[in-house]
Design a protein around this ligand. Structure first.
Ligand SMILES: [Zn+2]
Length: 490
C-alpha cells in the first residue's frame, strides 16, 4: 500500500502539474476575452457617449437616417406645455412632422426636412434617442417596432411668443425675450417667416426669395446683422464710466449739429437738446454729445470693452448665429470715431447679442449663457435630463452695472422711451434708429429690461426700415413687458 501510494504520488503530481497548466491557459484565455470584452464595452460606451451624438447631429451623415428609421422623432414643447412640433403616424405607419403653430415658431423651433434648423437641429440627438422603459425598447427592437424618441421641453413661453409675434405684425425684423439671471430664452421671433409644415413644397420659392435678398429662412434674431444705432451709446457710456470717476463732470451744450474729427454729426431731426449732463444726453440720445465725448475716449480700451462684451467673438449659444463686429481702435481713421461712438459706422450686431449686452447690465455685470432647452423627458413625461443656468462670463463690475442701469432708467423716465412709463413697472432701456442706407428709413431698435431694481426680463426689438426706435420698436416692447407683467401676476 505504502509503495503503491508512493508510486502513485509522482503520477498525481504530474496530473496536478498538467491541471495547473491547463488552468493557467484557461485563465489566460479568460483574461484575453475579458480584455477584449472590456475594450468592446469601452468602444461602445464611447460611441454612445460621444461619437453617436456627432453621427446623429451631423446633418450630412447618412447614418442619421438609420436612427430616424428606428426611432419616431420626439416632440418639442413650450415651457407652459404647448406642443410646438410633433410626429404623427398614419395607418400605414408613415411618420410626418407637424407644427401646430405654423409660422409662429418657424425660425426658433425650425424644421426637420431639407436639413435641420432651430431646436430641431440643436436637439436632434435627443429627439432621436429613446429613454423609454428598457423592456419596452428591447421588445420594440425584437419586434422591429419603432421606439418613441424623447421630448424636448423648451424655455419658450407660448404666451410671450404669441404677443411678440403679433406685435411685430407684418414688419420685417426680430424680437428676443430672455431672463437676465438665467439666460433662458422666453421668446424668439424673426420675420418674414414661413410655414414649416409646408417646407417641402415652398422650398424652391423660399430659396429663390432668399437669393433676391428677402432672406426668409434666415433667423434674424441670431443671424441678422444690423448697425446698433443709438442702443450702442450704452457701451460708449460704459467706457465713459470706466474712464471717469466723477460723472458729474460730463457737460455738453447741444445746438443740434456739431463737427467732430472733420465729420458733421446731426442730432435726430436736428433737434437742439441744449445743456446736457450724462443722464440727459443718454435719455435724449444726443448724437453730438456722444460723438464729441466719445472721441476723447481711449479707443484701444474701448475696443477691449467691446470684445469683452463678445463683439468679434463667438457667442455662448448652441444654435446658428452670426458674430457681431466692432473694428474701431487707436489705429483706425479718426474720421470713423464720431459715427462709431453713436452706433453707426462699421459696427454690426445681432438682436440676440444686443439682448445679451443688456442682460449683462441687468444681471449685475454677469453674462449668462442663453439657452433654449430646459429639459429632456421620455415620451411618458419622466425626466431624463434637466439643464441649469450657466455663467458665460463676468463682463463689468456690479457697480458699473448699477450706474448704467440708473442711466438707462432715465431713458424711460424722461427720454426717448417715455411711452413705457404707463406700464406701472420700472423699465430701463435704450432706443436706437440705425441708418443703413442714405435716403432709406432707419431700422428701429429698443433693448431694455424690467423691473429695473430687480430685473426679470430683457426685451430686444428691431424693426427694419421703418424709422425711429421710439415710434416703431418701443410700442412692440411695451406689449411684451405688459404681457410679462400679466403672466407674473397669474
Ligand atoms: Zn443733441
Amino acid at each position: 500500500m505504502k509503495d503503491k501510494q508512493q508510486e502513485g504520488r509522482p503520477k498525481a503530481r504530474r496530473k496536478k502539474a498538467k491541471n495547473a497548466m491547463v488552468n493557467k491557459q484557461i485563465i489566460l484565455v479568460a483574461y484575453i476575452f475579458a480584455g477584449l470584452f472590456l475594450a468592446l464595452m469601452v468602444y461602445i460606451g464611447k460611441f454612445i457617449a460621444f461619437d453617436s451624438q456627432d453621427v446623429i447631429t451631423n446633418s450630412y451623415n447618412k447614418r442619421q437616417d438609420t436612427f430616424a428609421k428606428k426611432v419616431i422623432r420626439g416632440n418639442i414643447l413650450s415651457s407652459d406645455g404647448k406642443v410646438l412640433a410633433e410626429s404623427k403616424v398614419n395607418e400605414k405607419g408613415e411618420v410626418t412632422r407637424s407644427y401646430p403653430y405654423g409660422n409662429m415658431y418657424a425660425h426658433v423651433v425650425g424644421f426637420a426636412l431639407r436639413g435641420k434648423s432651430g431646436i430641431e437641429s440643436i436637439a436632434n440627438y435627443n429627439l432621436l434617442t429613446s429613454n423609454a422603459n428598457i423592456f419596452e425598447r428591447i421588445y420594440n427592437d425584437l419586434t422591429e417596432e419603432k421606439n418613441i424618441g424623447d421630448n424636448i421641453v423648451t424655455t419658450l413661453d407660448s404666451r410671450l411668443q404669441k404677443v411678440a409675434y403679433d406685435a411685430l405684425g407684418s414688419r420685417k425684423g426680430a424680437v428676443v425675450v430672455l431672463e437676465p439671471d438665467t439666460g433662458k430664452i422666453l421668446a424668439m421671433v424673426s420675420k418674414p417667416d414661413f410655414n414649416p409644415n409646408e417646407i417641402d413644397s415652398i422650398w424652391d420659392s423660399i430659396t429663390k426669395e432668399d437669393a433676391s435678398g428677402n432672406s426668409t429662412l434666415l433667423n434674424r434674431a441670431t443671424q441678422g446683422l444690423y448697425p446698433p444705432g443709438s442702443t450702442f451709446k450704452t457701451l460708449t457710456t460704459l467706457q465713459y464710466i470706466k474712464e471717469h470717476k466723477n460723472l458729474s463732470h460730463f457737460s455738453y451744450e447741444c445746438s443740434g449739429k456739431t463737427t467732430v474729427n472733420g465729420v458733421v454729426i446731426n442730432c435726430y431731426n436736428n433737434s437742439v437738446h441744449g445743456k446736457l449732463d450724462l443722464q440727459k444726453a443718454l435719455a435724449k440720445s444726443c448724437n453730438g454729445a456722444f460723438a464729441k465725448e466719445g472721441a476723447k475716449l481711449n479707443q484701444n480700451s474701448f475696443y477691449r470693452l467691446a470684445n469683452d462684451f463678445l463683439f468679434n467673438q463667438e457667442l455662448p449659444y448652441q444654435g446658428a448665429y452670426k458674430k457681431s463686429s466692432y473694428v474701431l481702435n487707436n489705429k483706425s481713421d479718426k474720421g470713423e470715431i464720431p459715427q462709431t461712438m453713436i452706433g453707426q459706422g462699421k459696427t454690426q450686431i445681432t438682436p440676440l447679442h444686443n439682448a445679451l449686452i443688456f442682460s449683462t447690465i441687468a444681471n449685475g455685470g454677469v453674462m449668462m449663457k442663453p439657452y433654449l432647452v430646459d429639459r429632456i423627458e421620455n415620451y411618458n413625461g419622466d425626466l431624463v435630463k434637466k439643464y441649469s443656468p450657466k455663467v458665460a462670463k463676468k463682463v463689468i463690475s456690479t457697480q458699473e452695472a448699477q450706474v448704467m442701469t440708473g442711466l438707462l432708467k432715465g431713458v424711460v423716465d424722461e427720454g426717448t422711451a417715455s411711452s413705457l412709463k404707463g406700464l406701472n413697472m420700472n423699465i430701463a432701456g435704450k432706443t436706437g434708429s440705425a441708418e443703413f442706407e442714405t435716403g432709406k428709413a432707419a431700422h428701429a431698435w429698443f433693448v431694455g429690461f424690467a423691473p429695473s431694481d430687480n430685473p426679470k426680463v430683457v426685451v430686444a426689438v428691431v424693426v427694419e426700415n421703418v424709422g425711429t426706435g421710439s415710434t416703431y420698436a418701443v410700442p412692440i416692447a411695451k406689449q411684451i413687458f405688459a404681457a410679462y407683467q400679466k403672466i407674473e401676476k397669474e
